[in-house]
Design a protein around this ligand. Structure first.
Ligand SMILES: *[C@@H]1O[C@H](CO)[C@@H](O)[C@H](O)[C@H]1NC(C)=O
Ligand SMILES: *[C@@H]1O[C@H](CO)[C@@H](O)[C@H](O)[C@H]1NC(C)=O
Length: 374
């Protein structure tokens, strides 16, 4: 991957290099670079087909996509890893905390919870689909992929142009290629859903919800030009936000997720309908694009149950205090109670500043009581 980056950079930089005016030298340089490109491309292909074999838990169809565009699939895999890390952050105080996704093949889609219809499952589909689109959109703009670059015209639509003129700024610079990221996320993830059943339709809906939420958070970033920052001209481009922002938004949708109406089981649903859980009497309505849908009630995740991807909560650090707080010992320990354990660490303390420039500190023992679920 590193090697690829070098060649792409050179390719982009070369037309801009005006330092050498000797025509034939330039010509020679181009020739050398292009022959080296093809060798590197070949090496890349070899290492990438290895990548496709090393990624566990891919379906046959996904493997085909991977071999077709191995470099993009490798970035997609980075997006999946980012999603798993973010899941751990978002669920750090939940009974189910995403740790089960780290096992075995390191492909989150291979874990048991992805085959269920829980609210957590819905969250994961949306998060991973958004993660893949996010990583690829950025990688395109960073020149890490041969198959895509900056978003070429996605944001130069006519209505944009009018607005840009009025505010004295224009689209320029390198926009993250959201369209390409979304397209590959569909191609690579939705293709898993080959079975024509309700669960598959829900999975695709949740994938789309994650990508829609990502799209709704795209940012406009600008840079000023002109004498000493006078900002006579501003150029702006579209960028994907920090992934934490997207994940937090998907987490909010997780809390409001709709349960798919039981009637749907009998119908052939072209439009999925759902209702808030616990309101049996409220009418099911067509699910909005950014809503998450789920099919079955989650287990308590209190006890160890490998079939449910549940590691249990015994041994988890919990928060003493208000019961309603996320991660409170009452909620997290499932009524088994908690134990207090003293954790000590050495910290610098009583620091004094000596002119100039030295700081002397004493070493102090720092004792903390930590609550652990029984
Ligand atoms: C998540 O839960 C597992 C199993 O209960 C535990 O071992 C792990 O430390 C937890 N991770 C975090 C970040 O709390
Ligand atoms: C900081 O220094 C003062 C004076 O030397 C001492 O009395 C105090 O115990 C020290 N504090 C800690 C936390 O060690």
């Amino acid at each position: 991957m590193k090697k690829l980056k070098v060649t792409v950079d050179e390719k982009h930089r070369m037309p801009k290099t005006h330092t050498t005016s000797i025509y034939f030298m330039l010509l020679l340089f181009f020739k050398m670079a292009s022959s080296r490109d093809s060798i590197l491309a070949h090496q890349l292909k070899l290492s990438s087909s290895l990548t496709c074999r090393l990624i566990g838990g891919l379906t046959r169809e996904q493997r085909t996509v991977c071999h077709g565009s191995p470099d993009t699939a490798a970035i997609a895999f980075e997006g999946l890893q980012m999603a798993v890390k973010e899941c751990q952050h978002q669920f750090r105080w939940h009974r189910w905390n995403c740790s089960s996704l780290l096992t075995k093949s390191s492909n989150p889609h291979a874990s048991g919870i992805m085959k269920r219809g829980f609210r957590e499952t819905a969250f994961l589909y949306a998060l991973t689909a958004a993660g893949v689109a996010h990583s690829i959109a950025r990688a395109c703009a960073q020149g890490r992929l041969l198959s895509c670059g900056c978003d070429p015209l996605g944001y130069r639509a006519s209505h944009d142009r009018g607005r840009a003129r009025a505010n004295k700024w224009e689209w320029s610079g390198c926009s993250h290629n959201l369209a390409y990221g979304v397209e590959f996320s569909k191609k690579f993830l939705d293709i898993r859903e080959q079975v024509d059943d309700l669960q598959s339709k829900i999975n695709v809906h949740n994938n789309n919800a994650g990508r829609s939420i990502l799209a709704s958070h795209m940012e406009v970033r600008c840079k000023c030009h002109g004498l000493s920052g006078s900002c006579q001209l501003r150029t702006c481009w579209r960028a994907a936000p920090d992934f934490r922002v997207v994940a937090s938004s998907i987490k909010r949708q997780y809390r409001k997720a709709l349960i798919v109406a039981q009637e749907e089981l009998n119908n052939d649903p072209s439009i999925l309908r759902g209702r808030p859980r616990g309101r049996r009497r409220s009418r099911a309505r067509p699910a909005p694009k950014t809503s998450l849908l789920f099919l079955e009630k989650s287990p308590s995740f209190c006890e160890v149950d490998p079939k449910m991807d549940s590691a249990g909560t015994s041994g988890r650090v919990c928060r003493i205090g208000r019961t309603s707080r996320t991660g409170s010992c009452d909620l997290l320990c499932c009524g088994r109670g908690h134990a207090l354990i003293r954790k000590s660490s050495i910290k610098p303390c009583n620091c004094t500043f000596h002119w100039c420039c030295r700081v002397d500190c004493q070493k102090c023992q720092d004792d903390k009581w930590v609550a652990i679920c029984k």
